[in-house]
Every structure is written in C-alpha cells, then in structure tokens.
Design a protein. Structure first.
Length: 214
C-alpha cells in the first residue's frame, strides 16, 4: 500500500506529515518527488514544492572565478568513501541563515541506513587525507536529489557539486534536483520549474532506468 499521495494534486508544498523514516518509506517518497524536512515544533513534514529548484545540465553556468579555482585546485574527490563523515559534517556546518540544523540524529541514522541500502550517496573532497568538503543526497531513480553540503576550505563544496554533476551527466542524467534555490545553486544556473514538470522529468528518468552509481 502506498504511503504517500500523488503530489501532483497536493494543494500546498507539504503533502504529508509523519515520523516514519524507514528505508522503504524514504525510498517511496523520493521516487515520488517527496522529501522530509524537519521543522521545530511540528510532526515531520514531507514536501513536494510546487516550484522545484533544479539545475538543468544544458543550462549549467560555471562562474569564471569557480573555473579558475577548479583549475588551481589540488583537491581529490570520491563517491561514497565516507558517507557517515559527510552527513555528520553537514549537520555541524554553520549556516548563518538558520538556527541550529535540521539534520538531527534521527535524520543521520535514517539516511545512513538509506545509504547502506544503496539509495543515498555522498561526494567527498579531500586535501591529502583530510576531509575538507562534501555533500550527500538521494538517487530518486535517475535523478539525484541533493540534501546538504559542507566545506572546510574555500570552494570545496562548490567543486564537489561540479564533480557530482559531471558524474551524473556522464551517466545519462539531465538535471540535478536542488529542492529549493540557494544563492550558490542560482549562481550555477539553477531555476524553479513547476512541480508537474519536475515530476514528468523524474518519471522519464525512471522509465529509462538510468543508473547513477555503481
């Protein structure tokens, strides 16, 4: 039995409420274009924004300063080398626009289990043996939904995102799901598309059987 309604017909960005973070529930949610986003004082809300932030790879714009930084960089990158360290670092990252973090212990546990099940993935940025940046998110079936990122060196998270998008594009993906826009993703060409259009693109990727990892 389905846990979630079809988000196409939801009247708001929130399509469900509930604390179930089991692997099967998370997998179903992401494959329907839905994700959990904890808010203080509320039962866990599940979102499918009516305006979805995405980076369409054909519209990707890499600012000149970031191109120069990438050319000069001595960072190395990996995928799924240390998911636990990445999600913990994301939970600890200082974000001046937020009070605290939504990546609570229950979220860390749930997404670590989802990673062990093969659905959640991380990108790590290394300076020698030191982890200096990274991001994590979920493969929704040919579309990667980014969840959070962190950096301990300038441009580390931005370069992690570029590395990820190059990897996804090589696997046949056409977009990155940012969920909501941020100044950083907007600088790379992110824009909002209607929820129905996003769900169409997600369904197309799933029908093609695009394999993003492994």
């Amino acid at each position: 039995m389905s846990t979630f309604p079809d988000p196409r017909y939801a009247p708001s960005d929130v399509v469900a409420m509930g604390e179930d973070l089991r692997v099967g529930t998370l997998r179903e949610a992401y494959r329907k274009g839905i994700f959990p986003w904890p808010h203080d004082g509320l039962p866990l809300p599940w979102f499918s924004p009516r305006k979805r932030g995405v980076i369409l790879f054909d519209e990707l714009h890499v600012p000149r300063s970031l191109r120069k930084a990438r050319k000069r960089s001595t960072f190395t990158f990996s995928i799924d080398r240390d998911f636990r360290a990445v999600i913990r670092a994301c939970s600890e990252a200082y974000r001046p626009e937020q009070e605290g973090t939504w990546i609570e212990p229950k979220i860390i546990t749930a997404y670590t289990r989802l990673h062990e099940a093969g659905d959640a993935h991380s990108v790590e940025v290394w300076e020698g043996d030191a982890l200096v940046g990274g991001l994590y998110g979920v493969d929704a079936g040919g579309v990667f939904t980014g969840e959070s990122m962190f950096h301990r060196r300038s441009n580390a998270s931005k370069l992690a995102l570029l590395f990820l998008m190059e990897h996804l594009r090589a696997r046949g993906a056409v977009l990155l799901d940012c969920q909501v826009l941020t100044p950083h993703t907007e600088a790379l060409g992110a824009r909002e598309i209607p929820r129905g259009r996003f769900l169409d693109l997600l369904a197309e990727a799933q029908a093609k059987g695009i394999r993003l990892f492994g």
